[in-house]
Design a protein around this ligand. Structure first.
Ligand code: SAH
Length: 252
């Protein structure tokens, strides 16, 4: 009997030890849901420090949002390991998701306020739209390629962005129904500023657009509208995929 009891006790002790080990390892290696992040969090924070903050982006709101939005979910699985690297990445249909620094720079240049309503032309993966949606009340984004529009809409919904509306169409004409906008961001290269976008920009509003040749590089430009007059300020050379559709038929 005694011998049997001994054996039982030993088993119990072994069981307790096992539970203890699981508990301790849980303390030191918590699953991502417990630590509050995902397994890309470290890379994302490195990206914000080294590639964004160190280059002069100082808007705290922009920095904290870039540290939060899961960029790796907006790229194809095979590029996931490069999602937080300092360069653009291919998305479907020969298009690209912009380099993180450029997303941060354009967002900062818009000088957004929480109550703002923003229009984006060129939804692409939906990443820039998600960044905007974390900062402002309403985001409207237009994508000319139907498949991309559908995919981005699905992902943004899945991630719980209820304040983003995605439309399939030519962004050249803006989105009259929800105009005027406090800010407009064009994320495809344009050889001129589409007049409907200027019209749909609020007085005192800001429009950020890569302006110039659609095949080589462009100059990131901030357009402001004051007393009905337009002023453009050139910021930095950039390289975006070309805006297509109506813009190719006009030379305003
Ligand atoms: N902002 C995107 C990247 C933009 S890539 C992101 O965060 O992933 C540029 C996108 O603009 C492409 O998806 C392209 O299909 C789209 N585009 C090009 N011309 C357009 C137009 N006239 N209207 C709307 N979208 C356009």
């Amino acid at each position: 009997m005694a011998g049997l009891n001994k054996g039982k006790d030993y088993k119990t002790v072994k069981g307790v030890t096992l539970y203890m080990m699981i508990f301790v390892s849980f303390l030191f290696f918590p699953p991502s849901s417990v630590s509050g992040g995902d397994r890309y969090e470290k890379e994302r924070l490195r990206m914000v420090e080294k590639d964004i903050k160190a280059r002069g982006i100082s808007d705290e709101r922009v920095l904290s949002v870039m540290a939060k939005v899961p960029r790796h979910l907006f790229v194809d699985k095979r590029y996931r390991s490069q999602a937080y690297a300092d360069h653009p990445l291919p998305i479907d249909e020969g298009q690209t998701i912009s380099q993180p620094y450029i997303v941060a720079l354009m967002t900062e240049l818009l000088r957004l306020k929480p109550a703002d309503r923003v229009l984006e032309i060129g939804t692409g993966s939906g990443y820039q739209a998600a960044v905007l949606a974390e900062i402002v009340k309403e985001v409207y984004t237009i994508e000319i390629r139907e498949r991309l529009a559908r995919k981005a809409r699905g992902l943004l919904e899945k991630l719980g962005y209820k304040n983003v509306k995605v439309k399939h169409g030519d962004g050249y004409f803006g989105w009259k129904e929800y105009a005027p906008f406090d800010a407009i961001i064009v994320t495809a290269a344009a050889n001129h500023i589409p007049p409907p976008l200027v019209k749909q920009l609020k007085e005192g509003g800001r429009l950020v657009i890569p302006l110039g040749s659609t095949v080589f590089y462009q100059i990131l430009t901030v357009v402001t509208k004051k007393d009905g007059k337009i002023r453009a300020k050139q910021i930095a050379p950039v390289a975006f995929v070309p805006m297509v559709g109506e813009i190719t038929k006009r030379r305003d």
